[in-house]
Write a protein that binds this ligand. Structure first.
Ligand code: 5RP
Length: 238
């Protein structure tokens, strides 16, 4: 499912630049994935240097990394609000690599790490949501499978509903094992391929209203900025 072609340096530049925007005293949503991990590490460096922040992790993996690098943590239900969230994406629709001043994308595809339910919760709660990405994530339209987290018992009925909308659902399986990927919430993931997603908002609404769907990976109108790490800097789309 994961298909990033970006370099680690590009991801690091994006993550570090977004982390540099975090103010002292902030509650920070900590995204999941290799690009968001660079932001968490940079926050750890800044905490070492005296920055006072509280991180709200979006996954077991982001919690573990934050603990390792010394970012203090709290659960979402233990904070009054989230000032800023920093998170990666599998696809960022509508931002072009030669467009240095374009608006932030209003459609993201997330969930390559099966963490999109908690990611959406935290990213949507944040006053500002900074997306961090490399140029390989930029696309003109949704062209990667849309991850859909489902209750285990709902796997077949949700798969049927996806087929009814012209999609091709595939149960995500763990690498080198026969068993399915199980999310941090104890659910399964259907990766749903669509030939064309002409109206991502309509698809998002249809998936959200399908019984048994816990959350899907279409993030519509949530991003405030997109930080795209390049070979020699960062393009910031506000
Ligand atoms: C996890 C996500 C990640 O943010 C997304 O998969 C991007 O990961 P990476 O930065 O490793 O390419 O949505 O559910």
């Amino acid at each position: 499912m994961k298909q990033s072609g970006g370099s680690e340096d590009q991801k690091r530049r994006a993550g570090e630049r977004a982390a540099a925007r975090v103010d002292d005293g902030a509650v920070v949503g900590l995204g999941t994935g290799s690009t968001a991990a660079h932001a968490i590490r940079e926050l750890g460096e800044r905490v070492d240097a005296g920055l006072d922040v509280v991180g709200v992790p979006t996954s077991f993996a982001s919690r573990e990394l934050a603990r390792e690098v010394g970012v203090p943590l709290a659960d979402l239900d233990a904070v009054d609000g989230v000032d800023v969230a920093i998170d990666g994406a599998d696809q960022v629709v509508g931002v072009h690599s030669d467009d240095e001043t374009g608006a932030a994308s209003s459609v993201l595809v997330k969930g390559g790490g099966a963490a999109h339910a908690r990611e959406k919760l935290v990213d949507a709660a944040a006053d500002a949501f900074h997306v961090v990405a490399d140029p390989s994530k930029l696309a003109a339209s949704v062209s990667v499978p849309v991850p859909v987290e489902v209750l285990p018992a709902a796997r077949t009925v949700v798969a049927d509903a996806v087929r009814d909308r012209g999609g091709d659902p595939s149960l995500r399986r763990a690498d080198r094992k026969d068993g399915p990927v199980v999310t941090d919430n104890g659910n399964l993931v259907l990766d749903c391929t669509f030939d064309a997603v002409d109206d991502p908002r309509a698809l998002a609404t249809a998936l959200s209203t399908t019984p048994g769907v816990v959350e899907h990976g279409l993030f519509v109108d949530l991003a405030d900025t997109v930080h795209v790490g390049t070979d020699d800097g960062v393009d910031v789309h506000d």
